[in-house]
Write a protein that binds this ligand. Structure first.
Ligand SMILES: CC(C)(COP(=O)(O)OP(=O)(O)OC[C@H]1O[C@@H](n2cnc3c(N)ncnc32)[C@H](O)[C@@H]1OP(=O)(O)O)[C@@H](O)C(=O)NCCC(=O)NCCS
Length: 203
């Protein structure tokens, strides 16, 4: 049995995974027999992501971006797929094909707020592969990266109707916070380091 990625919760992982080349790349086996790859996002993912964006439902787009978006412009998709590794981290779940050829079914990212030791997450697991444990797996990997970077906190803004994300965040130990200036949005925050303990961040 291949080693599994830790899920940071008591729940048994529903996705089986085994390492491929590279620290963040894994072969995933879903419970319906589908084989996918978990890997860092690549600039070559831009075009497949842009072309398949219309297959997402308006609801899942609104949950991810907090407002409706009709299309991913070339500029936006380029920014989403080009990572500054000192401050950003993004993983995809894709078909087991090279970037550029593979359809991408899920994207999760963290971006450090400039000059701070906290990072904002965003995630979208498309309905084609949702409900199979990939959201939990991706969040666990984001938390792992944040810990390696010695960040103090990760947070995300979630629509208050987004039960799936709120429950996932709760189960991972995030705390909910109401934003007085943003009705309808819940900020979920996960503290990674005890207050007062600081050490240099890794680049
Ligand atoms: C929220 C989201 C990431 C969950 O991804 P997923 O792969 O379906 O989640 P998982 O299968 O790993 O489930 C993890 C947990 O999420 C919660 N969850 C998932 N789907 C749920 C649903 N339909 N209703 C309630 N809770 C749900 C459960 O707590 C679940 O726990 P379990 O592991 O014990 O089943 C996914 O639904 C999504 O991308 N939604 C649209 C975009 C979005 O909301 N992004 C968040 C804001 S940035």
């Amino acid at each position: 049995m291949p080693p599994s990625v830790p899920t940071l919760s008591h729940r048994a992982p529903r996705v089986r995974s085994e390492p491929l080349s590279g620290r963040w790349t894994r072969r995933l086996l879903l419970d319906d027999g589908r084989v996918l790859w978990l890997r860092p996002i690549d600039p070559a993912d831009a075009e497949p992501i842009r072309q398949t964006f219309p297959l997402l439902s308006p609801e899942e787009i609104r949950m991810r971006f907090l407002h409706p978006i009709k299309e991913l412009t070339p500029d936006l998709v380029r920014r989403l797929t080009t990572i500054d590794p000192a401050h950003q981290f993004a993983l995809v779940v894709s078909e087991p094909l090279p970037p550029g050829e593979a359809l991408v079914g899920a994207v999760a990212r963290l971006a450090i707020d400039v000059g701070t030791s906290r990072a904002e997450f965003a995630i979208l697991v498309s309905h084609f592969i949702a409900g199979k444990g990939l959201g939990r797996l991706l969040m666990a990997q984001l938390i792992r990266w944040a810990r390696l970077k010695r960040l103090d906190e990760i947070y995300g803004d979630v629509l208050d109707e987004n039960t799936a994300m709120l429950e996932l965040a709760d189960s991972l130990g995030f705390q909910r916070e109401v934003l007085p200036d943003d009705p309808g949005i819940i900020r979920v925050r996960l503290t990674l380091r005890a207050a007062g303990k600081t050490s240099p961040r890794r680049r």
